[in-house]
Design a protein around this ligand. Sequence first.
Ligand code: T46
Length: 145
Amino acid sequence: LVHPCRTISLSEHVDPRGSLAVVETDKDVVFDIRRVYYLYDLPVSTVRGAHGHRNLEQLLIAVHGHFEVELDDGFSSATVELDHPATALYVGPMVWRNLVNFSPGAVGLVLASSHYDESDYYRDYSDFLADVRALRQKKRQLSSV
Ligand code: T46
């Protein structure tokens, strides 16, 4: 996957009454959860996201149905299909994401590290690209001294 994203298998408790999946801070998520929101009533051809975040960390879960998350860290890209309530996708800072190909009735749950803050968003892809590349350049220079 693209840096620093990864999929996480959540612990699942399955018995004849049904199934239960768990997300716990310090185990499944390395950030404190400060906000929870969910996407629903989504037209199948919709595109959500289409932006990046400066600092926000999130965990995305398809709690019902399935959808794809296109990830781009400015250097490489990858597409992840979320199709099970016990699989989460961690999306870190400085990653452009598009959520696409929602199944009918899909519900996407998002656990986020901070409150909603419009100034944390990159809404323009070329601004995102310029900053993410400058950041990588700075890191390279720092690691070579
Ligand atoms: C992300 C993807 C997966 C709020 O007022 N509070 C909130 O916490 C959020 C997330 C949104 N809003 C308002 C802002 C807009 O007026 O709700 C409206 C729709 O938000 P947005 O266009 O950002 O929704 P998505 O689904 O394109 O993106 C959201 C998150 O913003 C984003 O961080 O990663 O879901």
